[in-house]
Ligand binder design. Structure first.
Ligand code: PMP
Length: 408
């Protein structure tokens, strides 16, 4: 069973997938942690360093102009990719983590006071917990947490009850990095906005798997990382509505973010540059744009369909493995299968899978409070991208059967 999607030709664009690990062809199922890079992205990096390398926004010479054009074109590419209203609403950061820290600091400075509350959910990645805890500590505020049910689904009624004039921001993940569950963002944002509360969405696990439209969602902030969508590491995106950005103070000081600097007083640049102190990773942004073009050429609809088929196939096959315990019965899952093998520690499962050429993730997946809530401290996570195949799943199934037999 393979979809019409031509996975074989797509895989040819990812040389890393051709390698062997411990003598076995690599099966890469750790895509939620980071994705592999197509040839066009790596070529873009090489072309930029060998043909276009000069600092952006500063010099009049040709190389600098070309680098600046590529960097600003990348901003427009990102704008279109998530359907932002204008490219000035796209800020380049180092990743989702930095994007969230930027908002926690700058939004916190502009809008938060002692006694205020920030609302998050029980299924957040540490990056969408700790920056808010730091803000709460700094400003003597309170962090409130939306509970989930035993399957890991958010309790909407409990969410509604937690909204109040004290809540200054809702920060919520689009898709859980452990469970793959998608939150009902449209309804959540509508309800928050009806009470004047802005919403930050952590899109790290969503952008590579579904088409995201920040205007349709009406998200106030949307954060994601390049490396999780086939782009280079070290680059991230923060989308934010213009009116909020204009009211927020800069996050870091330095070059690029200024208008005039005098020892008596400094004035700041306009957005987005006000939030981009120092030399940006302009080669990384150009390569991210290349990755987004790669994804768009395949089409997110086709990607989502292929990944849905893979997920269904995986659940069917893995449920046949003795002792396989899927975590969370979730109606709509995205590209992630979290599980335990009865009686075998997750680390042993991960280590043995590795020896059989299969890369999965084990541990608490930077979401300790979620695992605690679900009554476990570790689990195994297999996560897919569009280059995965049903053969990958067959290999995983066979390997889990073998590990089960070894232990029993
Ligand atoms: N949020 C979620 C949901 C994630 O999955 C991750 C990465 N595992 C992050 C935030 C942090 O992303 P990064 O490390 O690229 O900043």
């Amino acid at each position: 069973m393979e979809s019409k999607f031509d996975v074989a030709s797509v895989r040819k664009q990812f040389p890393i997938l051709e390698q062997k690990v411990y003598g076995q062809p690599l099966v890469y199922l750790d895509n939620a942690a980071t994705t592999q890079k197509p040839r066009s992205v790596v070529k873009r990096i090489e072309d930029a360093y060998f043909g276009q390398n000069a600092n952006v926004h500063r010099a009049v010479h040709l190389l600098s102009q070309q680098a600046t054009e590529a960097h600003e074109a990348a901003r427009v590419e990102v704008q279109h990719f998530i359907n932002a209203a204008e490219s000035d609403e796209i800020i380049f950061t180092r990743g989702t983590t930095e994007s969230i820290n930027l908002v926690a600091f700058s939004f916190g400075e502009a809008f938060c006071r002692e006694g205020d509350e920030i609302l998050i959910s029980s299924m957040e990645h540490h990056s969408n917990i700790v920056p808010w805890q730091m803000l709460c500590e700094r400003k003597k505020m309170h962090l409130k947490v939306i509970p989930i049910d035993d399957n890991g689904c958010l309790l909407f009624d409990e969410y509604a009850k937690l909204l109040s004039p004290k809540v200054k921001l809702l920060a919520i993940t689009h898709v859980s990095n452990v469970l793959g569950v998608e939150n009902p963002l449209r309804q959540m944002i509508e309800l928050a906005h009806s009470q004047g509360i802005p919403v930050l969405v952590d899109g790290a696990q969503a952008v590579a798997h579904m088409s995201v439209d920040v205007q349709a969602l009406d998200a106030d902030f949307y954060a994601f990382s390049s490396h999780k969508i086939f782009g280079p590491t070290g680059v991230g995106v923060l989308y934010a509505k213009r009116n909020l950005l204009e009211q927020m103070p800069p996050y870091q000081g330095g070059g690029e973010m200024i208008d005039q600097v005098h020892f008596e007083k400094t004035t700041y640049n306009k957005i987005p540059f006000k939030f981009e102190a120092g030399t940006p990773d302009f080669i990384g942004t150009a390569a991210l744009a290349e990755a987004l073009r790669f994804v768009e050429e395949i089409g997110l609809d086709k990607i989502a369909e292929h990944e849905k088929q893979l997920l269904d196939y995986a659940l069917e096959k893995l449920n046949q493995v003795k002792g396989f315990q899927l975590i969370g019965k979730i109606p709509e899952r995205h590209a992630i299968v979290p599980f335990l093998l009865k009686g075998i520690h997750s680390y042993d499962v991960g280590l043995l899978l590795d020896k059989l050429g299969i890369a999965v993730r084990t541990g608490s997946h930077c979401a300790q409070p979620l695992l605690e809530r679900l009554g476990m401290d570790t689990c195994v996570r297999a996560s897919f991208a569009f280059y995965n195949t049903t053969e990958d799943i067959d290999r995983l199934q066979a390997a889990l059967n073998r590990i089960g037999n070894m232990f029993n």
